[in-house]
Design a protein around this ligand. Structure first.
Ligand code: THU
Length: 158
């Protein structure tokens, strides 16, 4: 028997000003788009901004439904739209942030399991790392590759 460990590395920042200009801009777009979220059931608004290799930024937010499972998260709204418009285009980074009662939450909001699976699939289309920027108002965490968010994943069967 062999015991193994998986270690996830990420960077933690106390303030947005510590991020690169490009990353700050992506977070700003995620913050902007979360105001358009449709979240009457949870009151939890999420915004996601996706930076593509061609420089385009695609944004999305969560869209809820009276039949709860029919809603969709911000990350999937943004990633699926990006893939729909620019199929196969490398996704360089995604910024994710959330608010409650109009106030950005203090701690980073982590993507749900289904979104991690979708981020991994999008990342695997090119095999290039997809940076994930998780922005709270008091802490920002940056994961170098979406792959790190889903250890031991179910992926491309060949
Ligand atoms: N939500 C997201 O948009 N992204 C996530 O990664 C987690 C959860 C949304 C779904 C739902 O509309 C609300 O947040 C509360 O779960």
């Amino acid at each position: 028997m062999t015991k193994r460990q998986l270690i996830i590395e990420f960077s933690e920042f106390k303030s947005l000003s510590e991020l690169s200009q490009a990353d700050q801009e992506l977070v700003a777009k995620a913050k902007e788009i979360l105001t358009n979220a449709y979240a009457p059931y949870s009151g939890f608004s999420v915004g996601a901004a996706v930076l593509l290799a061609n420089g385009n930024v695609i944004t999305g937010n969560n869209q809820e439904n009276a039949a709860y499972p029919s809603g969709i998260c911000a990350e999937r709204t943004a990633i699926f739209y990006a893939n729909a418009q620019f199929p196969g285009m490398e996704v360089k980074a995604i910024a994710i942030t959330a608010s409650v009662n109009g106030k950005i939450i203090n701690q980073p909001a982590y993507p749900c399991g289904a979104c991690r699976q979708v981020l991994l699939e999008a990342r695997n289309r090119t095999g290039k790392p997809m940076k994930v920027i998780l922005a709270g108002s008091e802490k920002i965490e940056v994961v170098g590759d979406a792959r790190d968010l889903l250890p031991m994943p179910f992926e491309n069967l060949d």
